[in-house]
Design a protein around this ligand. Structure first.
Ligand SMILES: Cc1cc2nc3c(=O)[nH]c(=O)nc-3n(C[C@H](O)[C@H](O)[C@H](O)COP(=O)(O)OP(=O)(O)OC[C@H]3O[C@@H](n4cnc5c(N)ncnc54)[C@H](O)[C@@H]3O)c2cc1C
Length: 286
């Protein structure tokens, strides 16, 4: 393995100072479930690894404040999946967190690490898009808030600037009653990244939000306000036409080893239709 220095700052300010000093040569370490693999295979070759686990003011809490659910950057998938507030108001995120890797992975993997890794297949990304999450980032210029739809660029690239670290992810509490769900397609059961990963929410006003990943360089959000998808009595052909429009920007890579573009697009349609039904059911069940 490539050798690197190791830093274990005690505060966000110290971490930001180290990141600012080393620029793109520094990499943050959270659970390490992505980074350690990349250090081992040499695809990441930082001069310094900055461990976030002892940063006292970088929280792992999941708590409500001022109309938001705030998930600290050190919160892990296992805690997110079982949190009562997440399960009640953001079920698709609880679903997504509960399918990441294995029990061992979920006990280490953070939500912040999942989105900062920038994988188009990140399972939590679609639900964060559906819920209009905001990423809170601290850097040399202070704190800024980035809407999640402005955060993802392409595989391995986000709009986080050099010197910045994510301190929390904020989810606005729902303005209307809604049901939501996360579904995905993998090549096999067990540990596998998704060939298609998709979240859907349907609210009582008839608005359907669907976000999907692993079918293009970044996850994509599409919103239907026509009410057709949410209407149990709407003809199947009308629903299929709306879904087709919502999936228009999907552009799976022909070079991926995981699935062909035709297969991914076919699965996107299947999962999209299933997710609308499942989210509508959850809405009806309250
Ligand atoms: C066996 C296995 C199975 C997996 N299965 C899945 C799966 O089913 N679905 C899925 O989506 N992922 C999966 N993953 C990938 C991985 O577990 C997740 O992406 C995880 O959430 C990463 O979080 P982490 O805390 O381990 O991040 P790390 O590996 O510590 O970091 C990941 C990246 O984020 C950066 N980073 C971390 N924290 C911050 C921060 N606070 N601010 C800025 N940058 C930061 C790091 O520098 C690094 O670039 C799997 C991985 C393994 C090894």
């Amino acid at each position: 393995m490539h050798t690197f220095a190791y830093a274990r700052p005690g505060t966000v300010a110290e971490a930001v100072a180290i990141l600012a000093e080393h620029g793109s040569q520094a990499r943050l370490l959270a659970g390490g479930t992505d980074l350690i693999i990349r250090l081992r295979d040499g695809s990441a070759r930082p001069s310094i690894v900055v461990d976030t686990k002892r940063i006292a003011d970088l929280g792992a809490a999941i708590q409500e404040a001022d109309g938001l659910l705030v998930i600290g950057a050190r919160a892990v998938m296992a805690d997110i999946a079982r949190d009562p507030g997440v399960r009640r108001d953001f079920a698709a995120l609880a679903d997504a967190a509960s399918v990441v890797g294995s029990v061992q992975i979920r006990n280490r993997a953070t939500l912040a690490g999942n989105i900062c890794n920038g994988s188009p297949a990140a399972d939590t990304a679609p639900s964060l898009l559906v819920f209009g999450a905001v990423v809170v980032a601290a850097g040399p210029g202070g704190v800024r808030r980035v809407p999640i739809d402005d955060f993802f660029v392409r595989s391995g690239v986000t709009t986080l600037a050099a010197g910045e670290l994510v301190t929390a992810i904020e989810l606005p509490l729902p303005a209307a009653r809604a049901g939501s769900v996360h579904v995905r397609r993998t090549r096999r059961r067990g540990h596998d990244l998704a060939s298609v990963t998709l979240s859907c929410s349907v609210d009582e006003r008839g608005v359907t939000r669907i976000a999907f990943g692993s079918v293009g360089p970044r996850p994509i959000l599409a919103v239907d306000v026509s009410g057709v998808l949410a209407d149990a009595g709407a003809p199947a052909a009308a629903k299929a036409a709306v879904l087709e429009r919502m999936f228009a920007d999907a552009s799976p890579s022909p070079r991926s080893m995981r699935a062909s573009p035709a297969y991914r697009l076919a699965m996107l349609r299947v999962l999209g239709a299933r997710a609308v039904l499942a989210a509508s059911r959850r809405l009806a069940e309250g």
